[in-house]
Design a protein around this ligand. Structure first.
Ligand SMILES: [Zn+2]
Length: 352
């Protein structure tokens, strides 16, 4: 592995973002077992905040890859914290964990813990231009999306703003697209986990599509992945489903990148979103309702730690699933069976 950490920019003394400070500390302490890149700088007032990507493991395109993203929405700090905690765990185990080191010979890991540092600094969902990065991709919903929440072009003063019509993509969106092209779609098989919070009571694992209620071509793979999760962690509490079962949206970045991946028939790219159900944290601690920060994040420390523990186990499962994809991805008649069961489960039983 290349000793790119040595080229790492000097840590900013205090960015004003606890998560970014922690990330810089982890990377600075981490030695040279991984590569750190600054994908771009995001202007936020007088500051130019770095958007970091950290890669480790085997870069050979023949091995699978997994990308783990957080902090797309600046208010949802717990997503960035989950990704940083997993990165910290991996990096500290590199020194002594022989199993992990063997695993990294067979998989590529890419972390982008804070996609929207400007939003995190300003404590807004959107980036500093007022654009919702998860509504910014050049892709319209094919059926009706909910007013405002589904994305709109009315203006940056309202949440869920997509950016101007036919305008350039935001710097953060462009950086993610380029990273996915270079680090994930370059591999024969890749997965993504993008960590969010704020929707409902349950923890949900969403897969595309978000722009249409139609099923994706890799429906069988998603069903097979859910099946090994059920078998491996039989007491897990995740609801596994296509995002379209909850709501449709314009400009979904993962739909856009997934559709782009389909142009390469020799590639499989499975993007998933973790939506941590924050309403339960509010229910257990109603005072959180009075804090904008509290609607999206667990404010009580023991609850935050429980959230981190639970999702770390799942991220580890997903990394292993990426690594061993050849052993669980269905083929032939089994693939068709998975597809039919998925149609029954998620699409009203129409095994079309
Ligand atoms: Zn979010």
């Amino acid at each position: 592995m290349i000793c790119e950490a040595l080229r790492y920019p000097p840590a900013m003394a205090d960015t004003g973002i606890l998560e970014l400070d922690e990330l810089e500390r982890i990377v600075a302490d981490g030695g040279c077992r991984f590569e750190t890149r600054t994908l771009c700088h995001v202007a936020c007032g007088a500051l130019h905040l770095p958007l970091y990507a950290i890669s480790l493991g085997n870069p050979d395109p023949a091995v699978p890859a997994i990308g783990i993203f957080g902090g797309v929405h600046g208010l949802e700090r717990i997503g960035a914290q989950v990704v940083i905690a997993y990165l910290q765990s991996i990096i500290s185990r590199l020194r002594w964990d022989t199993t992990l080191n063997r695993q990294l010979e067979q998989v590529r890991l890419v972390f982008v813990p804070i996609v929207n540092p400007g939003g995190m600094l300003r404590r807004t969902r959107a980036n500093p231009n007022g654009v919702d990065l998860m509504r910014n991709a050049p892709l319209d919903a094919r059926e009706s999306a909910p007013f405002l929440v589904g994305g709109h072009r009315l203006g940056p003063w309202l949440p869920w703003y997509r950016g101007p019509f036919a305008g350039p993509l935001e710097a953060e969106t462009t950086a993610v697209c380029q990273l996915v092209d270079e680090e994930l779609l370059s591999h024969c098989f890749s997965m993504v986990i993008d960590c969010h919070s704020g929707f409902g009571i349950s923890d949900r694992i969403w897969f595309p599509f978000a722009h249409t209620a139609l099923p994706i071509p890799h429906l069988a793979e998603m069903h097979a992945l859910m099946e090994i999760l059920d078998q491996t962690h039989s007491h897990h509490r995740y609801v596994f489903e296509p995002q379209s079962r909850q709501y449709l949206a314009h400009g979904d970045l993962w739909d856009f990148l997934y559709l782009r991946s389909l142009e390469r028939a020799d590639r499989a790219f499975l993007p998933l979103t973790l939506e941590m159900g924050s309403w339960l944290w509010v229910k257990k601690n109603p005072r959180q309702l009075f804090s904008r920060h509290g609607i999206f994040n667990p404010l009580i420390e023991h609850r935050r730690q429980r959230v981190l523990r639970r999702h770390l186990a799942w991220l580890d499962f997903m990394t292993r699933a990426a690594s061993g994809h050849a052993l669980w991805r269905p083929a032939g008649a089994a693939r068709e069976q998975h597809r039919q069961r998925a149609m029954q489960l998620w699409y009203g039983g129409h095994a079309q």
